[in-house]
Design a protein around this ligand. Structure first.
Ligand code: GDP
Ligand code: MN
Length: 387
């Protein structure tokens, strides 16, 4: 789960990680009130969307007067913001963070994330922070510092001092930095982050360290024990079909192809997407209804796939184990009756109660195409894709 910059900064504040003073605003009036509360200029107006690169896309503006705050807020709010990370359609800006402007002496990069290949926690830091960090990483990898932390023992004081030294920080700055790193590492572990990134981490002209930007992503699999963070979920930032699917415990991911599919078991779902590709088409989604799916889940899964306007055909591929074929058939028939079938639907099923399932499909009078085998299903999907 991604959260917004202003939310991450709220969490930072509660964990003694220095951030600039700032207030959230949803209208130009609120933005002006927030700027007035700050009591001085420059004021930075920052679009709050779940994507980076806002500076490059015109979503971060330094303002010098209250009129400028108002016109900047009016120009950004309610409109899509296109950045190098949003895709061409952009992301609609609903809120702004109105923040005290800082005098920046230097921009550092700092992040913490799990490293899958070593099964350790990786800290990445660089003196070349700021908006071009991706280019720095590509062209000057020697400027990127990486350090592995054993998650069982946690960060050792020598490790945070080592990063400080490699960043050329000395004296009080080095002390402030090591404290910051230890607090951030603690926060990362405590909140089950999959990413904690500060870019830039700013050294001010007064030799203090402040997190100017804040990105936090929480591991979805840990949300059950991160109830305090759930309030930060912003459904407006998520695909509405995925939000709907999550209500029914369906593992659904929208994929922008034209062949929808509903499968039980993640492995079979992956194989089914391969099958669709091999048939010359692109999957419109990943959907694992799970081994223990009931009729209601099947019905909702089918309805969600049908609600995708890109879908030109659907492949249902079920191995009847715990989910019996007759339960699947009932769910599909119910959903099809409710929603109506506007595209061809190919059903391949095998396993427990397959004959009963086929009878239910045949007796429904609905135009459902049954496939005898995977090979047969692939051929039928290929024909739909060509049509
Ligand atoms: P991002 O582009 O989405 O990562 O947004 P950031 O929050 O990182 O802001 C982008 C850039 O705006 C930063 O790298 C800074 O150079 C600049 N910026 C943001 N806030 C301030 C500020 O308070 N003062 C100054 N001088 N520049 C700022
Ligand atoms: Mn940034």
């Amino acid at each position: 789960m991604k959260i917004h910059e202003y939310q991450a900064k709220e969490v930072f504040r509660n964990h003694h990680i220095p951030v600039p003073e700032g207030y959230i605003a949803a209208t130009p009036d609120e933005a002006c009130a927030a700027a007035a509360k700050l009591g001085g200029f420059p004021v930075v107006v920052k679009a709050q969307i779940h994507a980076g690169g806002r500076g490059k896309g015109g979503g971060v503006k330094l303002t010098k007067t209250i009129d400028e705050v108002r016109s900047t807020a009016a120009a950004i709010l309610g409109k899509p913001l296109v950045t190098p990370q949003t895709g061409p359609q952009g992301k609609k800006v609903g809120k702004l963070l109105v923040e005290q402007g800082l005098d920046i002496a230097h921009e550092l990069y700092f992040s913490i994330l799990p490293d899958r290949s070593t099964a350790k926690i990786m800290i990445i830091a660089s003196r070349a922070g700021g908006m071009n960090i991706e280019e720095v990483a590509a062209q000057h990898p020697e400027k990127i510092i990486k350090l592995m932390i054993n998650p069982l023992t946690g960060i050792e004081p020598g490790q945070s001092r080592e990063i400080a030294a490699r960043l050329d920080l000395a004296g009080p700055l080095a002390v402030a930095f090591t404290t910051l790193v230890e607090n951030l590492y603690g926060l990362f572990i405590k909140t089950d982050c999959s990413l904690l990134e500060i870019n830039p981490l700013v050294i001010t002209n007064r030799e203090t360290l402040i997190a100017l930007d804040a990105k936090m992503e929480i591991d979805d699999n840990a949300l059950f024990r991160q109830k305090d963070l759930l309030k930060y979920r912003d459904l407006d930032e998520e695909d509405p079909k995925e939000v709907e699917a999550s209500k029914y415990n369906l593992n659904y991911i929208n994929l922008h192809g034209t062949i929808g599919n509903m499968v039980n078991g993640a492995g079979l779902a992956m194989a089914t997407m391969d099958l669709i590709k091999a048939a010359g088409a692109e999957p419109a989604n990943f959907l694992d209804v799970g081994g223990g799916a009931n009729e209601e889940m099947v019905e909702n899964g089918f309805r969600i796939i049908l609600s995708d306007p890109n879908v030109k055909g659907i492949l249902i591929n079920i191995f009847g184990g715990i989910l019996r074929c007759d339960v699947l058939a009932e769910g599909v028939v119910k959903a099809a009756r409710k929603t109506g079938i506007k595209v061809p639907v190919v059903i391949r099923m095998m396993g427990t109660n397959v004959d009963k399932g086929r009878e239910i499909l045949a007796a429904s009078g609905l135009n459902l195409i049954t496939a005898e085998s995977l090979h047969d299903a692939a051929g039928k999907i290929a024909a739909i894709a060509r049509a």
